[in-house]
Design a protein around this ligand. Structure first.
Ligand code: NAD
Length: 326
């Protein structure tokens, strides 16, 4: 088996490459390095620099490396940017996927794992979000992920391609400092950035209908997430034509205020947060039911929020040593 990992030089992709290697799977990375970092990859993993929008190049790589499965992580992922640049997001995330699927089906590659997101659910009004909770995305980014799932599933039905759409909840942490997320788009790095400036971390709205008034999310360690990809890849390989749609979360809600408290404790800072206005489109609570993935794949998260914060902080300090409080 050789797995093509698109977006493999990215934050999550590099962890998937590492988990695949640890599980004894061969991989080849296909990445345009628009946000990826080649140095994240082990030396023995081939990297082909190219865009999924280049179907001929993808087809060549599938043939040359005798690829037998694809994990497709390559995408643009910034919700705010997607509101300003919807055409760019649809082009990269939906057209890019269509072109990739065309090459994959023509090459008769049998298995395809797709990076989806909890953003497909939008503002779910439920205690635990199951895979049956209606999908009403609130941003062009979320729409491209939902459209991507439709495209993947329809292609599977028409061609027999085995597919898994994995809906990640809030990803955090790192396996090693050099694999950490370098973007500042999620809560954990956003708080780190404020602490580094010696400024109070921000809470967007403390008047939500939650116990402490701040929004609640489900955080998943990137190492656990990567292992879920290995489990999904193996399940597709074992059962040709299988179709899976799975939440990847821990089923445990943590509020923004709790996260900031825990981050202060881990980092040695003591900056009380400043409350500002709500951000439009932020749901009060988004917590996964992670039952289906356990039933289907036997996967369960092993790492807790403390592991996520400590490993993410080590990665942050590598790039921002001035933030270290010893
Ligand atoms: N990070 C999260 O919290 C999160 C949550 C839910 C879903 N996701 C999804 O997970 C996937 C990976 O996200 P990430 O956080 O690792 O982001 P990332 O930006 O670090 O990784 C994306 C990778 O894809 C590459 N890429 C982008 N467009 C490409 C193209 N057209 N052709 C080839 N390569 C391309 C980039 O260079 C980068 O290496 C994305 O599909 C994202 O939407 C991420």
């Amino acid at each position: 088996m050789t797995w093509l990992i698109t977006g493999g030089a990215g934050y999550i992709g590099a962890h998937v490459v590492r988990a695949m290697a640890e599980a004894g799977e061969r991989t080849v990375v296909y990445d345009d390095l628009s946000t990826g970092i080649a140095e994240r990859l082990p030396e023995d993993v081939p990297l082909v620099v190219g865009s999924v929008l280049d179907g001929e190049k993808v087809a060549r790589v599938l043939a040359e490396h005798e690829v037998t499965g694809v994990v497709h992580l390559a995408a643009k992922k910034q919700v705010g940017e997607s509101v300003d640049r919807p055409l760019h997001y649809y082009h990269e995330n939906v057209e890019g996927l269509r072109i990739l699927l065309q090459a994959v089906t023509e090459a008769r590659v049998p298995s395809f794992v797709f990076s989806s997101s909890a953003a497909v659910y939008g503002m779910p009004d439920v205690e635990l979000v199951t895979e049956e909770t209606p999908c009403v995305p609130m941003s062009p980014y979320g729409e491209t992920k939902l459209a991507g799932e439709w495209l993947v599933r329809a292609t599977g039905r028409a061609t027999g391609l085995a597919t898994a759409s994995l809906r990640y909840f809030n990803v955090a942490g790192a396996a090693r400092p050099e694999l950490a997320d370098v973007g500042v788009y999620n809560l954990v790095p956003m708080v780190f950035e404020k602490l580094t400036e010696n400024a109070p971390p921000r809470i967007f709205g403390a008047d939500y209908p939650t116990p402490d008034g701040t929004t609640i999310r489900d955080y998943i360690h990137v190492v656990d997430l990567a292992e879920a990809h290995v489990a999904a890849a193996r399940a597709l390989q074992a059962e040709p034509g299988r179709t899976l749609t799975l939440n990847i979360g821990r089923g445990e809600g943590v509020s923004v205020r709790e996260m900031i408290d825990r981050i202060n404790t881990v980092t040695g800072y003591d900056l009380p947060p400043a409350v500002t206005a709500r951000r439009p489109g932020d749901p009060a609570r988004v917590v996964a039911s992670a039952d289906r993935i356990t039933t289907e794949l036997g996967w369960k998260a092993k790492h807790d929020v403390h592991d996520m914060i400590t490993s993410a902080w080590s990665g942050w300090l590598r790039l921002h040593p001035e933030a270290d409080r010893g």
